[in-house]
Design a protein around this ligand. Structure first.
Ligand SMILES: CC(=O)SCCNC(=O)CCNC(=O)[C@H](O)C(C)(C)COP(=O)(O)OP(=O)(O)OC[C@H]1O[C@@H](n2cnc3c(N)ncnc32)[C@H](O)[C@@H]1OP(=O)(O)O
Ligand SMILES: O=C([O-])CC(=O)C(=O)O
Length: 368
């Protein structure tokens, strides 16, 4: 038995890839996407700009953006059999599992599946992004025993997505807020789900398989599932005092508080959370309902003083989703739908410059 290199649990700080897609620059406190600052983009651009940036390498001109939106709209519809398959799922199925099943099934409709070229991958990435709002919303509705809803191509991409979820025509502020969430969730360097997708893609497996694996990764509450867990905690408490009490009880029991901490930003607030906190303030001011904002701010103060931990994006995204009228089981599927843009860019990059991931272990089993 030979001694291997030092094992680092969770691969903290380990470089897993070279990428031209994104980088969390903790020194300059910037989230870099293809050379652009995501936080700055979230203030002046929209989700489709970032989709274009991720998949075409540039921010689009207004005519390029119109072409992109049109392309996505042409792919809004799902094969009927996908809906039929979703209807067969047990009613207790989590919408993330339904979304995972639907994405997996889409591979069967790709008659060019073995082509891993960047252009073929990009083409299917746009098809998948077009279908994701319809798949995400209807997989939830089928499980609820509700009628299937059709996409509305006369609305913008984000307004259509939100309107399919709520069944209402969103206001300008609601669409802007939802679109900003999609943008902020679109890409984040090498989280577990992106690593998962790249590991799968590195076997020369296809983009559908890589995304299917990424949905499974994102479901866990240490990753994307945290946004749903945060909202359940807020609902359980109902007031500032009860929320503080609930958090203290969890900390006493050494439980993790969902929505706090981050592998990369552990001692600072996730810069995306700051933007979404402002969105929560805006929604609260507009509706005159400050309850969730006050609870979240109290929770933030408590975690800073008790643990020196700060909110991540999921902490403030949860109450914003709630105020937009989005059902809790859709929070993580929406995160995935937004992240699919970044994930597709990573799969394309992995296929373009591939070596199969195959690390080694330090054996600690029985002597031999
Ligand atoms: C958009 C996203 O996906 S962001 C991530 C969403 N996930 C969550 O919000 C889940 C809650 N947070 C966590 O579990 C973690 O902070 C993670 C998974 C995000 C990062 O995990 P790691 O980098 O492995 O940090 P790790 O879990 O080792 O935590 C380090 C220390 O901080 C503590 N800690 C970290 N996060 C939390 C938390 N949310 N609540 C309480 N304590 C925490 C740990 O208990 C640990 O303490 P110890 O050293 O005394 O044992
Ligand atoms: O970067 C991470 O580990 C998790 C995260 O915030 C994300 O995927 O958006």
């Amino acid at each position: 038995m030979t001694i291997k290199e030092k094992y680092i649990p969770g691969l903290e700080g380990v470089i897993a890839s070279e990428t031209a897609i994104s980088f969390l620059d903790t020194v300059q406190e910037k989230i870099i996407i293809k050379g652009q600052d995501l936080i700055a983009l979230s203030k002046s651009n929209d989700y489709l700009d970032v989709v274009n940036l991720l998949l075409e390498g540039e921010l689009p001109s207004s005519s390029e953006k119109a072409v992109l939106e049109d392309k996505l709209k042409k792919d809004y519809d799902l094969p009927d059999a996908v809906i039929e398959l979703l209807k067969l799922l047990p009613k207790q199925t989590h919408p993330m599992d339904a979304q995972r099943t639907g994405i997996s099934m889409l591979a069967g409709y790709d008659d060019n599946l073995d082509d891993r070229s960047p252009s073929a991958n990009k083409h299917r990435a746009f098809q998948i992004l077009g279908k994701l709002p319809t798949l995400t919303v209807n997989s939830y509705r089928v499980l609820q025993g509700q009628e299937i809803v059709a996409p509305k191509p006369d609305l913008s991409y984000s307004a259509n997505f939100l309107s399919m979820i709520t069944g209402k025509l969103p206001t300008e502020l609601e669409t802007k807020t939802f679109d900003q969430l999609l943008l902020l969730y679109s890409e984040h360097e090498m989280p577990n789900s992106t690593f998962t997708a790249r590991v799968i893609a590195s076997t020369q497996s296809d983009i559908y398989g890589a995304l299917t694996g990424a949905v499974a990764s994102l479901k866990g509450n240490l990753h994307g599932g945290a946004n749903e867990a945060v909202m359940h905690m807020l609902n359980e408490a109902k007031s500032v005092a009860e929320f503080e009490e609930l958090m203290l009880k969890k900390l006493q029991k050494k439980e993790k508080i969902m929505g706090f901490g981050h592998r990369v930003y552990m001692k600072k607030m996730d810069p995306r959370a700051l933007i979404v906190k402002d969105a929560l303030k805006e929604l609260s001011a507009k509706t005159g309902d400050n309850q969730l904002l006050e609870m979240c701010e109290a929770g933030e103060r408590l975690m800073e003083s008790e643990k020196g931990l700060y909110p991540n994006l999921d902490y403030y995204a949860a109450p914003v989703y709630w105020m937009l009228g989005i059902p809790i089981p859709l929070y993580t599927p929406i995160f995935f739908s937004a992240r699919a843009a970044g994930l597709c860019a990573h799969v394309i990059e992995q296929h373009e410059n591939n070596r199969i991931f195959r690390p080694r272990v330090n054996y600690i089993g029985k002597a031999y």
